[in-house]
Each structure stands twice: as structure tokens, then as C-alpha cells.
Design a protein around this ligand. Structure first.
Ligand code: MG
Length: 310
């Protein structure tokens, strides 16, 4: 299989942890129900490809996300895998369900904008934070790692550009609740590299350590890798990605969504940055899932590596 030439660049982290979101963020908007056994196989193949963090599912109410209504069936099928398996929890009920199954990592999901908080959670930003407070506190008391997702960190489909101080305030609030890690989401994919640098600088200026930051870019306008590189140049070493580029945002018109894990691995490998991921196995996994879903992966790297002559 073709691999990129390795030419390291200065000023980048030696290692990057990929937070794989395919089974959760990637599948959650799929219309046709994916069988639980296929999801479990997907998680297993991702772990075998070398991903060390695989976000497995979501304990939101089944009515909100019917595709992930099988969280109770799925989680025990993958729980013994030797990888971190974070799960989404929206509230204390979701946390109870996740803890009962032995989840050791959970994630809450806040919004930087009032419009998306209203659309996604039917709450104001501060009401959502108040809802998460006991979730984070109880998770921490149980020794469980908590990730805080923050949506709409750059632009919002209703509000346009999102002011940096507004994002910094909610990040600060999530850390004050006790979140161990934040994921800065460009939910509609409108960020460009200078904006990414400006946000990370604004956060570090307010005392947020760069090592608690992860980035979650969407490739709607083809900017996800450029934005990732900008974040790496500022010291970020956790990057969210979705195998095969599965998933997206229901609020963005374009079908392109999450940064594809293969595209990320290709760039990192070229930069000589270790991820532990076997690109061939990962591509094979995304081809397998694409066959199941009945449409090709939008990942450039998957397509390039899938159609080569031997
Ligand atoms: Mg996403």
C-alpha cells in the first residue's frame, strides 16, 4: 500500500491521540438502522487498526437518537476491548445507564451558542451547564473521566461568527464543572486556520492548558486538515476524527462531515507523528462499513487507497 514520504516539520507534537468518533458521531444520523452486531464489529475493527480511543455510543434518550437506541446491548459487546470507550451522556439518567454498564469515560455536550443550545438541548447555554453539573460531579466521584464537547465554537448557522470570549466562557465553565478534557467543535465546518489559532490563543491566555484541548473539525469546506495542522502548531495533541469520514451535522447542507480518520492519519504519518494506527487496516474497515451502508466513503485517502492498481 502507498504511504506518504515521512518529512517531519518543526513545532509539532511528537504524538497525537486520535479520538475516533465513527461509531457514535459517524453513525448517529444514519437513517437506516445499523444492526448492533455490525456496530460492535466496527468498534472491534477500529481497535484492531490501532485506535486507542473509540467513542462507542450514546446514552441519550432513544427518541432523540434512534440509531443509538441499542447502547445497552452494544456496550457490553465491546467493553472488554483493550481501548478507551467513551460514551455520550446527556443527563443524570444517561450517566446512570452508562455507569451501570461499567463505562469508565463519559462525555457531555454543551454549546457555545444560545441558538444551538436551544435546537439541540432545548435549553439556554447556562441551563445546559446546570444540567451537566451533577453529571460531571457524580462521574468524577465515581473515578470516571469526563470529556466536555463544545459545539459551534467558530460559526453557528443561525448566529454567524461566534465571538471568541463567548467560547472561552463556556470552556471555562466546563472545566470549572470538573471536565478533564474539552473538544472544540466546528460543527458546521466554517473554521479556517487563523480562526483556530486565535481561539486556542484566547483559551491559553485565560489559563486553559493546551493539553486539555482536543479539536473536532468538519470538512464541509475542505478545511479540516488545515485547521488540524493549525491546532497542532499551537500544541494540541488530541484530534477527533471519524473513520471513512462518516457522519456530519444535520444543520449543515453539505453531505461532507467529520474529518476522516484516514485523511488525518495520512497527514500525521507524512509529518512523522506517531498515532499507532495501521492505515491499511483502517481503510479496510471503512470500505467494509461503506459496503454495509451502501455508499462510498467520502474520505479522499480511503478512495485513493481503495482504487489503486496492484
Ligand atoms: Mg462531528
Amino acid at each position: 500500500m502507498t504511504l506518504p514520504m515521512e518529512v517531519p516539520a518543526a513545532g509539532l507534537p511528537a504524538r497525537v491521540r486520535i479520538h475516533e468518533v465513527g461509531p457514535r458521531d459517524g453513525l448517529q444520523n444514519e437513517k437506516a438502522t445499523v444492526p448492533t452486531a455490525v456496530k460492535a464489529e466496527f468498534v472491534r475493527r477500529l481497535a484492531e487498526a490501532g485506535l486507542t480511543t473509540v467513542e462507542a455510543t450514546s446514552f441519550v434518550h432513544p427518541r432523540w437518537v434512534p440509531q443509538l437506541a441499542d447502547a445497552e446491548e452494544l456496550f457490553p459487546q465491546v467493553a472488554a476491548l483493550p481501548v478507551d470507550l467513551p460514551v455520550l451522556v446527556p443527563n443524570e439518567r444517561g450517566l446512570d445507564r452508562a455507569l451501570a454498564l461499567g463505562a469508565r469515560r463519559v462525555a457531555v455536550f454543551a454549546s457555545a451558542t444560545e441558538s444551538f443550545a436551544k435546537a439541540n438541548l432545548n435549553r439556554t447555554v447556562d441551563e445546559a451547564l446546570a444540567m451537566f453539573a451533577p453529571v460531571v460531579a457524580r462521574a468524577k466521584a465515581a473515578g470516571v473521566h469526563v470529556r466536555g464537547y463544545l459545539s459551534m465554537c467558530f460559526g453557528d448557522p443561525w448566529e454567524g461568527a461566534v465571538p471568541l470570549p463567548q467560547v472561552v466562557r463556556v470552556c471555562r465553565a466546563l472545566l470549572d464543572l470538573g471536565c478533564d478534557e474539552l473538544s472544540l467543535g466546528d460543527t458546521i465546518g466554517v473554521a479556517t486556520p487563523g480562526h483556530v489559532t486565535a481561539l486556542i490563543d484566547a483559551l491559553t491566555a485565560e489559563g486553559v492548558p493546551v493539553d486539555v484541548l482536543g479539536v473536532h473539525f468538519h470538512d464541509t469546506y475542505g478545511q479540516a486538515l488545515a485547521n488540524t495542522l493549525a491546532a497542532l502548531q499551537r500544541g494540541v495533541s488530541t484530534v477527533d476524527a471519524s473513520a471513512g469520514g462518516l457522519g456530519g451535522c444535520p444543520y449543515a447542507k453539505s453531505a461532507t462531515g467529520n474529518l476522516a480518520t484516514e485523511d488525518l492519519v495520512w497527514m500525521l504519518r507524512g509529518l512523522g507523528i506517531d498515532t499507532g494506527v495501521d492505515l491499511g487496516r483502517l481503510v479496510a474497515t471503512s470500505e467494509w462499513m461503506a459496503a454495509h451502508l451502501g455508499r462510498p466513503s467520502p474520505s479522499r485517502t480511503v478512495r485513493a487507497l481503495s482504487h489503486q492498481e496492484p
